[in-house]
Design a protein around this ligand. Structure first.
Ligand code: LLP
Length: 432
């Protein structure tokens, strides 16, 4: 479901016409629907209802403080991957005791910060990391709760850059080595073995890789849980969303239609996984990012020029790969719709940004309604891995972000002032 829809020929986010937002806040502009975030969280929460569970939102997908506050208020925990993200949790009003700390490169100072804040679990990715966590905990006279991330060596059939559960990837500890690692970790004085975790990849649209991976690790989880009195098991995040309307229904209840086409929904995820997870009797954590926020955000951009070459119709817009890198980086599909729908024929178009790289495009040869200078377009499904992956490349300021709830809308981030880009830079002394 998502709460972007047309009223007449105007695109609305919930009860607000998106063009009123661009008038007030300018473009490029990220617009988020609070209702959509809430709805996705609650649907997942309800699907996992029969389990003792905790959703730890993978905030790497969208770490805007207002978006995080919405989730914190719903009782969400957070999956963090840096001390910076944990500081954001605190700034947003989230609870570090409901947070897990993932990532392969945790530094001593990050471990110390997380321990002091009372993190629920470190999801560890290597044995040297366990040694380091034990050392830091000993120095602080604390006991550090950990879960080892097991790499089940299961192919998740997703984009090469976001698959994580095979031995080709840098993540987790090989399935075969896990028992030995727990046995050694159990001997460390300042370590508490709290759980076991895995994450096989992102943008998974089928339940089958989860079923395969969970089925593979279940006997191990049972054994370790009994031996070390583990509290939780986490099958990770990775639940995919529909980006391409050729697959989706376009209706607001897309997952009902998608269920018919075999694309994973909270209900089908629960239907397949609950029977595997429930008998464990453990607390179940999951770490979805994209599923909760992906379809809750759009990036709105304005057409600067339309340029026709012998071959192509280039729609040159004021957003670029620095604002939304997913098409350039993963060849990702984002639906592109006008803020004001016009009748008339479509024309194969390349929507491109102004950055001096050929990779700076949002789509290629896509049939789009004809647009002209000043028209505005929305790139859909940009709520996850959108703003968070933006950069200041070409000295382009970060876009503004707006949160909408019903008929209310407010800046969740002001547009960056251009001088801020070089605020921390210096002309070195010998050049003055
Ligand atoms: N847990 C772990 C350990 C992860 O590494 C990730 C994502 C998640 C949870 C959340 O995955 P999600 O539910 O959002 O799929 N920038 C890429 C996606 C990178 C995902 C990184 N890890 C994109 O734009 O597609």
């Amino acid at each position: 479901m998502h709460d972007f829809h047309y009223v007449g020929n105007k695109l609305f986010c919930e009860g607000v016409a998106v063009e009123t937002l661009t008038k007030k806040f300018g473009t490029p502009l990220y617009v988020y629907s609070q209702n959509t975030v809430t709805d996705h969280f609650q649907k997942l929460d309800a699907a996992l209802g029969p389990l003792d569970h905790l959703i730890c939102f993978a905030m790497k997908a969208n770490s805007n403080l207002s978006v995080m506050r919405v989730l914190a208020k719903l009782g969400s925990g957070f999956d963090v991957v840096s001390a910076g993200e944990l500081q954001r949790v605190i700034a947003a009003g989230g609870d570090p005791k409901l947070c897990v700390f993932a990532g392969v490169a945790k530094s001593e100072s990050e471990i110390e910060f997380a321990l002091r804040k009372g993190i629920y679990s470190f999801n560890v990715e290597s044995e040297p990391e366990i040694t380091r966590i034990n050392k830091v905990a000993a120095r602080l006279k604390k006991i550090a709760p950990i879960a080892v991330r097991v790499n089940p060596n299961i192919e998740a059939h997703t984009h090469a850059k976001i698959t994580t559960g095979t031995y080709e990837n840098k993540f987790g500890i090989a399935f075969e080595n896990i028992e030995g690692v727990y046995a050694r970790a159990a001997k460390l004085k300042n370590i508490k073995l709290r759980g076991i975790q895995m994450h096989i990849g992102s943008q998974l649209t089928q339940t089958s890789p989860y079923e395969l991976a969970v089925t593979k690790v279940l006997p191990l989880v049972k054994k370790l849980a009994a031996k070390y009195k583990l509290e939780f098991f986490s099958p990770g995040g990775g639940l995919g969303i529909v980006y391409n309307p050729a697959l989706a229904s376009g209706s607001s209840a897309w997952w009902k239609t998608e269920a018919a086409k075999g694309i994973m929904t909270p209900a089908t995820y629960a239907e397949k996984l609950l029977p595997l997870l429930q008998p464990l009797g453990l607390k179940i954590l999951i770490e979805p990012g994209r599923f909760i926020v992906g379809n809750a955000g759009v990036l709105v951009t304005q057409v600067e020029y339309v340029k026709r070459t012998g071959k192509k119709n280039f729609v040159i817009v004021d957003a670029a790969m620095n604002d939304l890198i997913r098409p350039a980086f993963y060849d990702a599909y984002h639906e592109i719709v006008p803020l004001t729908k016009k009748a008339g024929a479509t024309i194969p178009s390349d929507v491109v940004g102004g950055i001096c790289e050929s990779g700076d495009y949002f789509c290629k040869d896509r049939p789009l309604a004809k647009v002209g200078e000043g028209d505005q377009l929305a790139l859909l499904s940009a709520g996850a891995y959108g703003f968070v992956m933006s950069s200041n490349y070409n000295a382009r300021p970060f876009a503004a972000e707006v949160l909408v709830s019903g008929k209310q809308a407010a800046a969740a981030r002001e547009r960056q002032k251009v001088e801020k880009i070089w605020e921390d830079e210096k002309i070195v002394s010998w050049l003055k």
